[in-house]
Design a protein around this ligand. Structure first.
Ligand SMILES: Cc1cc2nc3c(=O)[nH]c(=O)nc-3n(C[C@H](O)[C@H](O)[C@H](O)COP(=O)(O)O)c2cc1C
Length: 232
């Protein structure tokens, strides 16, 4: 199936293989691309202070389209990306998120969680929700809901949506944009504010834009390759 065709559910249809013959990349090109992407991704930082400067919408749409190429359990593509620019809706999201976050930071998270967050300098105030030019609210579809109200179970939903969000963040970084993976907890208010159907559950809110001129980020260090890699 190509991206130009409209996807339709095909539960129970027979296996119909088609040829797949991508041209093989020369190894020196592979080495160059892999190293360039590694360098670019090493420069990625989660940004919490955004510039209001406009961003071409097509860049964001292309990043979402890239995310939607992600592999998924049984190819069920159990994701919805809600792109929010309406200032009034963003203010409602911010108000609801900050109300939840206040309860969280005032004790609901517990001391162990709060101490894990302390080096990040985060608190219950979330200006990025109204200041970044775009919010992408990612929903996971716990099951497929057909127009007649019948349902089909989805498999490996968390894993599939997590991979899609990783690809979204990568696509945004490659296009020169910054983002925040924000998970206000609990996130039930997002489905209500955005009027999502009953099979969808919020997964993350991703403000997108350029960093503010005075943007700062926590001084974090990543694990080295030898700390994450086991060769057998
Ligand atoms: C699943 C997930 C949830 C996160 N939730 C939040 C959040 O609610 N608020 C926030 O400020 N950052 C959040 N982050 C961002 C992390 O704090 C950030 O990725 C981490 O500190 C590493 O920083 P870096 O992305 O700049 O490398 C989240 C990241 C992930 C992957």
């Amino acid at each position: 199936m190509t991206t130009t065709q409209r996807w339709m559910p095909n539960y129970g249809e027979p296996y119909q293989p088609v040829p797949y013959r991508p041209s093989r990349m020369p190894q020196d090109e592979s080495l160059t691309h892999a190293a360039e992407l590694r360098d670019r991704m090493e420069r990625r930082r989660t940004v919490r202070m955004f510039s209001p400067d406009p961003v071409p919408e097509q860049v964001v749409l292309d990043a979402i389209a890239t995310a939607s190429t992600a592999p998924s359990g049984a190819h069920q593509q159990p994701w919805t990306f809600v792109l929010v620019t309406d200032p009034e809706v963003r203010q409602r999201i911010r108000d609801a998120a900050e109300a939840e976050e206040r309860v969280s930071y005032e004790g609901r998270l517990g001391e162990e969680w709060l101490s894990a967050l302390r080096p990040l300098g985060t608190d219950a105030v979330k200006p990025h929700l109204t200041e970044a030019p775009y919010l992408i609210v990612v929903f996971q579809q716990r099951y497929h809901l057909l127009e007649d109200g019948s349902t089909h179970k989805h498999y490996y939903v968390d894993e599939s949506v997590g991979i899609a969000v990783g690809m979204l963040l990568t696509a945004l970084q490659v296009a020169g944009l910054s983002a925040l993976t924000h998970t206000p907890s609990p996130m039930r208010f997002l489905a209500e504010v955005l009027g999502r159907p009953r099979n969808e559950k919020a997964f993350a809110v991703i403000p997108v834009g350029y960093p503010a001129e005075d943007c700062v980020v926590p001084d974090l260090h990543r694990k080295s390759l030898d700390q994450v890699l086991v060769r057998i």
